[in-house]
Write a protein that binds this ligand. Structure first.
Ligand SMILES: [Zn+2]
Ligand SMILES: [Zn+2]
Length: 238
């Protein structure tokens, strides 16, 4: 292998790593911002959107499935119990039946625990401008790194989020092998704690892709009482 070829490979690797790092920071920031201002938007934003339903229907639906269904109509008993009993689930089914096709999509997503239908767009669409922006600055390898990192928010929402709402041991035993291995790592255990904190204090700790909340000052450290409650629920607290 000539020296030129080796240098070239190092440059490709450098661009790939740079793309991964830049993409990760952008993905984490956008996830945190979109989760706060769309998925968990305050009532006054929703009222404003409702004045232009055709334009903002998509945001209204995203906020309903995440904030209303995932945060308020499910996991009422605690963070690891989606429904107290069958009656609670049937009551939500009746409410969703009135919402037609969107209600069915929410049911298919296990009541907004997984990413569903066009729901993925809210995470994916704001990330797309980062691709031409990096293509302008980096080589194809850099863009590849960015694309991999930008795929993390929707991938985590779909494949990891359902297991965050389970006691750690149950999550590890029910998840497919690769997911189970991931769930045992430091990063994913920290993600589970961060997501518990988000459900406990809905105005902070928005990230699954960790970091953006911290950079935005939207991260809250668990108190001793929070950690005790996590332990009681079977989450991993170290
Ligand atoms: Zn939320
Ligand atoms: Zn959740």
């Amino acid at each position: 292998m000539s020296l030129n070829m080796i240098n070239f490979s190092f440059m490709q690797l450098g661009h790939l790593l740079l793309g991964l790092v830049v993409g990760y920071v952008v993905a984490s920031l956008i996830e945190s911002i979109m989760h706060q201002y769309v998925s968990d938007a305050p009532n006054k934003s929703v009222k404003r959107w409702e004045r232009f339903p055709v334009l903002f229907n998509y945001l209204i639906r995203t906020r309903y499935s995440h904030h209303v269904v995932h945060h308020r109509r499910t996991f009422k008993q605690d963070y690891v119990t989606q429904f107290r009993d069958e009656a609670e689930r049937l009551a939500l089914d009746a409410e969703l039946a009135e919402r037609g096709a969107h209600g069915k999509i929410i049911q298919r997503s296990q009541y907004a625990v997984r990413l569903h239908g066009s729901g993925a767009l809210v995470f994916v669409a704001p990330l797309l401008p980062a691709i031409p922006a990096t293509a302008w600055l980096l080589s194809g390898w850099g863009v590849l790194g960015v694309c991999i990192a930008l795929a993390l928010p929707p991938l985590f929402s779909h494949f990891i989020h359902p297991y965050l709402h389970m006691p750690h041991q149950r999550a590890v035993s029910e998840a497919p092998p690769i997911t189970a291995w991931l769930l045992k790592t430091w990063y994913f255990r920290a993600m589970a704690r961060n997501h518990y904190m988000h459900h406990r204090y809905v105005a902070s700790n928005f990230n699954l892709v960790l970091g953006g909340d911290l950079l935005r000052g939207a991260w809250r450290k668990p108190s001793e009482k929070d950690l005790m409650e996590m332990q009681r629920l079977g989450l991993s607290i170290d």
